[in-house]
Design a binder for this molecule. Sequence first.
Ligand code: PMP
Length: 302
Amino acid sequence: MAGVPFDQMTGKIWFNGEFVDWADAKVHVLTHGLHYGSSVFEGERAYGGVIFKSREHTERLHESARVLDFKLPYSVDEIEEAKRQVLQINGFTDAYLRPVAWRGSEMMGVSAQKNKINVAVAAWQWPSYFDPEERLKGIRLDIAAYRRPDPATAPVKSKAAGLYMICTISKHAAEAKGYADAMMLDWQGRVAECTGANIFFVKDGVIHTPIADCFLDGITRRTAIELARARGWEVVERRIMPDELEGFSECFITGTAAEVTPVSEIGPYRFTPGEICETMLKDYLVAVMPASEVPEKLVAAG
Ligand code: PMP
């Protein structure tokens, strides 16, 4: 899928408080964020012009920076306003938003106290292609060789660029074998999440998901838990070992990009997307979309 490279699209990017032309939103090669991974980001989606759980994402961006020992020079309200303007100025209603914050070039070494903190917000069009039948076929996952690190080893609660090194390597390995993505275990060998999404399983009508103690507690994950409980379904957050996968009937992943995506296969284990997958993916779409945008078939699904 080689489209227009991301640095060659057109539009405006919010860059340190100002709008710049897409082509001019550049950083220098001697940027701390590039050399030492001092960068945090968000991934958000707007549906019908409304960013889903926008403030939670901005608060998480602030918290991600705090964990990496830097402070954003823009308040939550200011970044909220920047995101709103980015959508407006580019004329987007259904879009993906990418706020990012990184340490600049004033110091070039491990220490970084004097580096300027830069913040940018880019967005690009990304409609949600909703085809329940296609999605219910489920995607195939490999099991990653890398594991999510111990919280004593890495700042696991930050959505920090550096934590994605092992995700890219794992996703490449999975894709080379024909899988869509990889499920990662944690440092203790328990099921953790995927390379950019959280994971859920179903057994006897009960939903099980790993405790988010060493990986991102996704905003979509929390939404899915609320939606399932609102249906009266039991959701258990617990430690899940990989050999338990044998006993689960359904599996789905959650994330801003993935939304709710059913899974049919993880390594040697098989799942059949069923009632819970179907209901969760529809309930999620209804939750994220402004009421006026909800497709007829979802309203009918109730
Ligand atoms: N885990 C990882 C590693 C991710 O990159 C993402 C996507 N941000 C998620 C989980 C899901 O998070 P959210 O639901 O907040 O998008």
